[in-house]
Design a protein around this ligand. Structure first.
Ligand code: AMP
Ligand code: MG
Length: 422
């Protein structure tokens, strides 16, 4: 007799899985496990790019160091500004950048001054050169000028001893310039996390090999390498590991000895999951296995001894989405960086967005502005989790929440631009 209904288990194809965590729950559980690195080292200023400050930095002197001019013009005394009519002042010297006028400014006189040059003692107004009439060694001014105008006060940016950057600050080119302006050639930064990663799958071929029957080239190790390199972590590439219990156990044991975080791709979906689950149960602990998201539901997280573990799905797009949404924030936390939430904007979708309720979706899309300047967003075609061109042609994710069903064209949706997160 043929049974009338099949007994099935939850699959990646289902829209709702009662065992899956929400993205927010997954993020919280991850954040709760991360123990930020505290070891510091001192590096040259240039080498600090992309690193996280291990101690706050205080200003060794006032910035700017001298009261200086914000315009090309004339330094004068506020008491010489006429209340009515015009007044003539004698130009008695010059103050150029790096070549100050060293004596106090007498009453009734002016000093020619250039942007950035030191304002002479007793001068407290800069009159822009466009607002005077110059004749020989005199200038004529009117009554429009106010005390302090176009004067940059010493210490108005930072006072000596003031904290200018807090520990946990991620160093970008602007911070390099700021520290250089203070004469600081060395910086205390936190140790970089060591991240070990490997791909799993019998079908995976290395670049340079001839593709085997049914084989695919291992692309995940390249996207992972790129994403990790951008974050400035120390990379330990452990290659490809076959779908074999002993080989996987070896790789996990090795990775956990050398790394602060271990990332794998593949082998966490139904079928292959058991190997990884068993091995992790022995060497560490799995904290969750599934997240209600698309792509990327089979996302494993846990720990391997003192290392954090992320088991990313094998599909190339899922690897990138789960990395940016979960691994990157965890790595920044591990690096000791102060948390920053990604920026999202609202944009009008130019197309219908296919979606069923039950999980959050990260659709790849292109964000632009229309002729009236409003943000519009267009999905990058086929959203299959194996279609890497959907990432290549994208500059943002469209975020569709759990309960959202199909979205009509012209609807406002939440968009996360890549520049904010990548
Ligand atoms: P899995 O999660 O291991 O079942 O893999 C899901 C899909 O992703 C399969 O089509 C795999 O061939 C593919 N895949 C897994 N790992 C990689 C990889 N490193 N590079 C490219 N494709 C992969
Ligand atoms: Mg596999």
């Amino acid at each position: 007799m043929t049974p009338s209904a099949l007994i099935t288990t939850p699959s990646c194809d289902d829209d709702f899985d009662p065992d899956a965590l929400t993205c927010a729950e997954a993020r919280q559980r991850i954040a709760a496990q991360v123990r930020p690195i505290v070891d510091v080292e001192t590096v040259n200023l240039r080498a600090a790019l992309g690193r996280v400050l291990g101690a706050s930095v205080t200003a060794p002197f006032n910035v700017p160091g001298h009261t200086n001019s914000a315009m090309d013009g004339y330094a004068i005394r506020a008491t010489d500004v006429p209340s009515t009519g015009i007044r003539t002042l004698t130009v008695i010297g010059k103050s150029l950048a790096g070549r100050p006028f060293l004596t106090p400014l007498p009453e009734g006189s002016a000093v020619r001054i250039m942007t950035g040059a030191v304002v002479p003692i007793d001068a407290d107004i800069i009159v822009p050169q466009e607002q005077v009439e110059r004749q020989g060694d005199t200038i004529a001014i009117d009554g429009r000028h106010r005390r302090g105008q176009h004067v940059r006060a010493a210490g108005e940016d930072f006072r000596a001893g003031q904290i200018i950057l807090e520990a946990g600050h991620l160093m970008t080119p602007a911070e390099l310039g700021l520290l250089a302006s203070l004469g600081l050639g060395e910086v205390t930064v936190l140790r970089r996390p060591r991240v070990a990663f490997f791909s799993t799958g019998d079908e995976l071929c290395a670049l340079g090999q001839v593709l085997s029957a049914g084989g695919v080239y291992d692309s995940n190790r390249y996207t992972l390498w790129g994403m990790l390199t951008r974050l400035g972590v120390e990379i330990l590439d452990l290659g490809v590991v076959a779908d074999d219990q002993a080989a996987l156990a070896d790789a996990f044991a090795r990775a956990r000895r050398i790394a602060d975080m271990v990332i794998t791709s593949g082998g966490v979906s139904v079928g292959e999951a058991d190997y990884t689950k068993d091995i992790l149960a022995e060497l560490g602990q799995v904290r969750f296995w599934k997240v209600a998201m698309k792509p990327g539901r089979p996302l494993a997280f846990g720990d391997l001894g003192s290392a954090l573990f992320f088991g990313l799905p094998g599909n190339p797009v899922s690897v990138m989405v789960t990395f940016y949404q979960f691994v990157q924030p965890a790595l920044l936390q591990l690096m000791g960086a102060t948390a920053r939430l990604p920026v999202t904007v609202k944009a009008k979708t130019t197309r219908i967005l296919k979606k069923r309720p039950g999980r959050v979706e990260f659709q790849r899309a292109w964000l632009a502005r229309d002729t009236s300047g409003d943000y519009i967003v267009t999905p990058t075609g086929d959203q299959g989790s194996g279609i890497l061109s959907s990432m290549v042609n994208a500059n943002c994710f469209i975020l569709l929440d759990m309960d959202t069903g199909q979205v009509d064209a012209e609807t406002l949706v939440d968009v996360e631009p890549f520049f904010g997160i990548m």
